[in-house]
Structure formats: structure tokens, C-alpha cells
Design a protein around this ligand. Structure first.
Ligand code: HEM
Length: 479
């Protein structure tokens, strides 16, 4: 309909299009192409037209005037298999099902009101976290002990999110279900390995039969595990083993199911539970791990954060969620971490539901949209010394006028932003308050990025040395 041209596009090959230009991690390859061809790129991944955006102005244009046009998710055949025909909150198209799921997730778990009423559970979880670390620390409390930071961050985050959804704690003294926690981790890893666009069939539909012989078996096995896991969560609460568990998202939804069985059936409760657990745990725990890695490579920042916490909170009580607004430097550290290492560097892919115009170019219907958040956050025309870790650039906790979009934008923006920021600041703040942290050796922490998936963490998991701060030992002993 429009006379406008398609966006710039590098030369491509028949059949594979531009796939030969891409290497892992994909956001790095796309940043290099954008540096050469400009902030709006039109590529072909096999048969799939793909729009790559790497400027804040163009990202805003996609998610303001054209937000509805881009509100769908791409219909990758591999995702169809894992998501029961795109029926999850993350991968459903913009429509009645998505609206229903999103409203429940927001009202039942992620609204400000719900987050406020679950504050004390998160404070308790932070206390358990530092208590577990204190108990595991060396007998001689002045000696350093090694810990895998990703593991402790994941334990904390999973306990918090699982507590809100199903009233369960997998890690801690009274927690019993280690085997179930192990199954969850394994299932999450297998699901992440099946990232959208990870299969040949996603780009070459005619290869579907060949690909599916190996892929479909694997996909079906993951689907089975996911269904069984989430149904167990529902069944436990339905049996009413623990009245406390009724005050959870699943408990609330089972109450609604009694009144409206179709609108709140088990399929819907399963898909919502899995969407929140899997969207919330890797992203948030990876961010805690990146933040700690950056702090270990920048001890002066760590010392400044510790000084702020000790000045504001003191040494006689543990930092709590309500302290965070008074800790602007801690918030600046988290913003700077999310700037340098956004948990989903290419956002979650969107798809155009109609032809539209972006940056004066014509974008056809059915184009996959990738927003290169990683490139936007490191644009030298916007950020001074873009690759350096400088929390100071956020002044009072926010960089005024600079577009930071680790949680996306528009109507599909992450609904878990509030919860994520609370969990990350609480965990990081209490870890800094209670313990001294050092690198394992003299070498800097390896900051190589993992290679595949939507949520990308570190390639090498962070191990660090820690010991209780002497002045915090009396408090830690009494926890
Ligand atoms: C550091 C932590 C997190 C980051 C950086 C993050 C980032 C994102 C991003 C970039 C998107 C895609 C937005 C778009 O499509 O434009 C997203 C979607 C989503 N996130 Fe998060 N997220 C985080 C934590 C969480 C948490 C804690 C939850 C809930 C427990 C959550 C639940 C979701 C859901 C359900 C969606 C899909 C929304 C939809 O399609 O409508 N996220 N997240």
C-alpha cells in the first residue's frame, strides 16, 4: 500500500537469506551489522523476514504509535509445540487469551497492592539467604569461603516466586522438596535450550519433517515434564494439605475455578504458573550474578555501596525492602548492571500484525521484530564511555532523559519489573551488608556472555570468596 522502501539490507544468499552472517551470541552479530548498515535493518532468517532495531528513537516508534501493530509474537513452529499452540502469556498473540492471562498475572501476583502485601515474605527470604550463607561459611569466621553466586541467587529468587505462586520453598532448613527443585532447574534449562528460533523448522518450513524426527521427540518430552510439574503444584493445593497455601496465586485461582470452571481451568493455571516461574527466575538471578561480577571487578563501587548501606541501615538490623528507596547508589548499581547486561539482550521477539511504517521505511505484515537492547544501551552517541561500569551516571538512581529498556516497552512490557527490582535490590543489598566479597584470584571475573537463548546469562558461572563482616557477626548469629 505504501510507496516507502524496505529498510536497508545487506546482500543475502538464496534460501538461507542472511543466516550465514550470524554468529552466537546473536546480539553481538546484529550489533556489528547495525554498526555497518544503520539502526534499522531488514534481514531474512531463512524464509522469515526480520526487522532489527538498534536506536532508542526507532524502538519508541515501534512501541508507541505502532504498538498494536507489533503486539503479536512470532509463530515459530518449535514454540507452538512447547506452548500448546501458543497458549502461554509470553507467546500468545495479542488477543482475548493474552488479555485474560495478563490481567490475572497482574491482579493476582504482580500488582503494587499484591507486591506490598508480600513484602514480609521477601524480607524473610533475604534473611534465610544470609543465614544459609553464614551457616555455610568457614568455621573460622575470619577465613574466606568459596560460593557459587548464581546458585544462591537462583535459590533466593525461586523461593520468592514459588512462594507467591504455590506457597512452596525449595531451599532452606525446613524445605523438603530438593528433588522437585532439581527437576524444576533441569526443566528450565531444557526449556531455555528450546529458545524460539533454535530449530531449523523455524526458518525452513520445508525442513519441518526432517527436523521434527529428532526435535519433536525432545520437545514433547519437555512439554510432558512441564505439564506434570505444574499439575503437581495445583493438585497439592487442591488437596488443601496446608491452608496457608490457599493464599497463593494458585489457591486464589482454584477459588475462582469453583465459581467459573471454564474461565479458570487447570490448563490456564498451569500455563500461568509456568510463565511466571520461568520468565522470572533466570532473568532475575542472572542479573544478581552480573551485578556481583561487576562489583568484584570494581571494588571501589562495592566499597561505596557498602558505605551507603551501613550509613542508612546500620549494623543492628538487616536491610529490608522498605530501605531500598533510601539507597540511591544501590539502585544505580542495578540500573547500570541492567544497562550493560540486559537479561534479554534482543528483547522477546514481536511480530507485525499489519504493514506499518518505521523510520520512514515500509515494514511488511508478518515481520519478526528484534529490538537490540544490548546495542541501544551501549550506543556511544547516548552514553559516555558506554562499555564502562559507572553507576554514578545514574545520579539519583535514574538517568534522566536516557532511554533504558531492559524490561521492554509498550503493552507487552514485562509485567514483573516491580517484583524483579525488589528481589534484585533486596538480595544484592543484604549480601553486601552482611559479607565481605573478593574474587577467587587476582584475575578479573570473566564477563563472557553465554551464547544462546532469549534470557542470556554469563558463559562462566560466578564463583566468589566471602566471609561475614566482623561487625555483622552478632546479628548473623542471632538470625
Ligand atoms: C531482571 C529481571 C527481568 C527482566 C530484565 C525482564 C525482561 C523482560 C522483557 C524484556 C520482556 C519482553 C517485553 C516485550 O516483549 O517487549 C519480558 C516479558 C515478560 N516478563 Fe520479564 N523480566 C524480568 C523479570 C520478570 C519477573 C520477575 C517476572 C514474573 C515473575 C516476569 C514476567 C514476564 C512475563 C510474564 C513476560 C511476558 C509479557 C507478555 O508477553 O505480555 N519477568 N520480561
Amino acid at each position: 500500500k505504501h510507496t516507502a522502501k524496505l529498510p536497508p539490507s545487506p546482500p543475502f544468499l538464496p534460501i538461507i537469506g542472511h543466516l550465514h552472517l550470524l554468529k552466537k551470541p546473536l546480539h553481538h552479530s546484529l550489533s556489528l551489522l547495525s554498526a555497518r548498515y544503520g539502526p534499522i535493518l531488514y534481514l531474512r532468517f531463512g524464509y522469515r523476514p526480520t526487522l532489527v532495531i538498534s536506536s532508542p528513537q526507532l524502538a519508541e516508534e515501534c512501541f508507541t504509535t505502532n504498538d498494536v501493530a507489533f503486539a503479536n509474537r512470532p509463530s515459530f513452529p518449535s514454540v507452538k509445540e512447547v506452548t500448546n499452540n501458543f497458549s502461554t502469556l509470553i507467546f500468545s498473540d495479542y488477543g482475548p487469551l493474552w488479555r485474560h492471562l495478563r490481567k490475572i498475572a497482574t491482579v493476582q501476583v504482580l500488582s503494587n497492592h499484591r507486591l506490598l502485601s508480600s513484602t514480609s515474605a521477601r524480607n524473610d527470604e533475604a534473611r534465610y539467604l544470609v543465614h544459609r550463607l553464614f551457616v555455610r561459611s568457614a568455621d573460622d569466621k575470619s577465613a574466606f569461603q568459596k560460593v557459587n553466586v548464581k546458585v544462591i541467587a537462583f535459590e533466593f529468587v525461586l523461593n520468592v516466586v514459588m512462594g507467591m505462586i504455590a506457597g512452596k520453598r525449595y531451599y532452606g532448613e525446613e524445605a523438603k522438596d530438593w528433588e522437585e527443585a532439581r527437576r524444576f532447574r533441569q526443566m528450565t534449562e531444557e526449556t531455555l535450550a528450546l529458545a524460539p528460533g533454535s530449530r531449523l523448522m523455524d526458518f525452513f518450513p520445508w525442513l519441518r519433517l526432517v527436523d521434527s524426527i529428532s526435535s519433536l521427540r525432545q520437545l514433547k518430552s519437555v512439554v510432558k515434564k512441564r505439564t506434570e510439574f505444574s499439575q503437581r503444584l495445583i493438585d497439592e493445593i487442591r488437596k488443601g494439605i496446608d491452608a496457608q497455601k490457599k493464599k497463593t496465586m494458585i489457591g486464589d485461582l482454584l477459588g475462582l475455578q469453583d465459581r467459573e470452571p471454564e474461565g479458570y481451568n487447570d490448563d490456564l493455571i498451569r500455563t500461568l504458573s509456568l510463565s511466571l516461574l520461568q520468565a522470572g527466575t533466570e532473568t532475575s538471578s542472572n542479573t544478581i550474578e552480573w551485578a556481583m561480577s561487576l562489583l568484584l571487578n570494581n571494588p571501589h563501587v562495592l566499597a561505596k555501596a557498602q558505605h551507603e548501606i551501613h550509613t542508612v541501615v546500620g549494623r543492628d538490623r538487616l536491610l529490608e525492602e522498605s530501605d531500598v528507596p533510601s539507597l540511591p547508589y544501590l539502585q544505580a548499581i542495578i540500573n547500570e548492571t541492567l544497562r550493560l547486561h540486559p537479561a534479554t539482550p534482543l528483547n522477546v521477539p514481536h511480530e507485525s500484525a499489519a504493514e506499518c511504517i518505521i523510520g520512514g521505511y515500509k515494514i511488511p505484515k508478518g515481520a519478526t521484530l528484534l529490538i537490540n537492547i544490548h546495542a541501544i544501551h551501549r550506543d556511544p552517541s547516548i552514553w559516555k564511555d558506554p562499555t564502562e561500569f559507572k553507576p554514578e551516571r545514574f545520579g539519583n538512581g535514574k538517568a534522566e532523559g536516557l532511554l533504558l529498556l531492559p524490561f521492554g516497552m509498550g503493552r507487552r512490557k514485562c509485567p514483573g519489573e516491580g517484583l524483579a527490582m525488589k528481589m534484585i535490590s533486596l538480595a544484592l543489598g543484604t549480601l553486601i551488608q552482611c559479607f565481605e566479597w573478593e574474587r577467587i584470584g587476582a584475575e578479573e571475573v570473566d564477563m563472557t556472555v553465554g551464547s544462546s537463548g532469549i534470557a542470556i546469562g554469563k558463559a562462566v558461572r560466578l564463583e566468589a570468596m566471602y566471609r561475614p563482616r566482623p561487625e555483622m557477626v552478632p546479628l548473623l548469629v542471632g538470625l
